[in-house]
Design a protein around this ligand. Structure first.
Ligand SMILES: Nc1ncnc2c1ncn2[C@@H]1O[C@H](COP(=O)(O)OP(=O)(O)OP(=O)(O)O)[C@@H](O)[C@H]1O
Ligand SMILES: [Mg+2]
Length: 327
């Protein structure tokens, strides 16, 4: 599936370039951008009252430093499970999960605490969970810096104001959450989450309680923070329209990465930069891939399929078809 889009696009490409530059500065060179987040064959099994639920069944995902990606998928597909593991709140059953050099399966309790305090930032879906109601927006952003005691009170105040500006809510600095809209609160929450300059920012359905227009503002804040700070951003969402807001969207189905939508910039025939959107199926290391449900339904594929290797592509046919060459 390929579609060329030209609207509001060079802007996104420019932001992505800036994010990559900033990330390279942080990492000490372009060659160190690869695989900031790596999941390989990630498995998470929940056991409740003797019943096992396999929430992740061998999920593979590689995210480079400075990327801004969206994870989409149906309810129950495993999105929050991945995010909880990557942010150090939950421990996987098996597989590999590494973020910024931390091994999330084997890290000690002490390392885990340090990881959660200084390497990752988190934005929750529920606006009320992100901000303290009796503090102003600026005080909310200052708080994590004060607790970490790495910056003077004056520097913390200055950075808080800058981050709120970056997130597009500088005008809310002196308001309490109760005096802000849901979208403004979430943009403020983005500023809080990056107060201590984390390497990665995770957001689980940050726009789940917002309408479409307000949700776009929150994405704008995430893009600005990604571009200005070079922080790697992973956003989980139900909203398939986000593909137009980010460079890469990964779809999860039944606890596995199923497909990926990438947008890349190229110079069009008219000499202007345009973004091209392409959808890919994800191939794991063992050569497995998921066919899109619509393809499976269209040809009523089931149980097994026949594969033919052609010169430059692979053909997939129903296994129930009459054999063309019977021996
Ligand atoms: N603590 C838990 N105990 C038992 N089962 C769980 C637990 N957490 C998640 N699950 C199960 O794991 C699967 C994946 O859940 P997860 O919360 O990751 O889905 P999700 O993609 O985030 O869904 P949603 O879009 O509804 O938030 C579901 O079947 C869910 O019921
Ligand atoms: Mg969820």
């Amino acid at each position: 599936m390929t579609a060329a889009l030209t609207t509001a696009v060079p802007d996104l490409a420019a932001l992505q370039r800036r994010a990559a530059e900033r990330a390279a500065e942080r990492a000490g060179g372009n060659d160190r951008l690869r695989g900031h987040i790596v999941c390989d064959g990630l498995v998470r099994i929940f056991k409740t009252e003797g019943v096992e639920v396999v929430a992740l069944q061998g999920l593979d995902l590689v995210i480079d430093r400075g990327e801004l990606i969206a994870i989409v998928g149906a309810s129950g597909s495993g999105k929050s499970t991945v995010l909880n593991i990557l942010s150090g709140l939950d421990v996987p059953t098996a597989g590999i999960a590494r973020v910024a050099g931390f091994d999330l399966l084997t890290m000690s309790a002490k390392q885990r605490l340090r990881y959660r305090r200084s390497t990752v930032g988190f934005v929750w879906q529920q606006t009320g969970r992100n901000l303290l109601p009796y503090l102003t927006a600026r005080e909310n952003v200052e708080l994590p810096m004060r607790l970490a005691r790495r910056t003077s009170a004056r520097a913390a105040r200055k950075r808080a104001s800058e981050l709120l500006e970056m997130a597009g809510v500088g005008y809310c600095a002196d308001r309490r959450p109760g005096q802000m809209s849901g979208g403004e609160q979430q943009r403020c929450a983005v500023a809080v989450a990056v107060a201590n300059d984390p390497e990665v920012l995770f957001a689980d359905e940050p726009t789940g309680e917002l309408d479409e227009a307000t949700a776009a503002d929150v994405f704008e804040a995430l893009r600005a923070i990604n571009a200005e700070l070079g922080v790697t951003v992973v956003v989980v969402t139900h909203d398939h329209n986000v593909a137009t807001q980010v460079r890469r969207t990964v779809a999860i189905r039944d606890g596995r990465t199923a497909s990926e939508v990438r947008r890349s910039a190229r110079i069009g025939e008219d000499g202007l930069e345009e973004l091209v959107t392409e959808e890919y199926a994800v191939l794991d290391r063992a050569g497995r891939m998921q066919l899109p449900a619509a393809f499976v339904d269209a040809l009523a594929l089931r149980d097994r399929v026949k594969l033919n290797l052609e010169l430059d592509h692979v053909e997939v046919r129903s296994g129930d078809e009459p054999q063309r060459e019977q021996l």
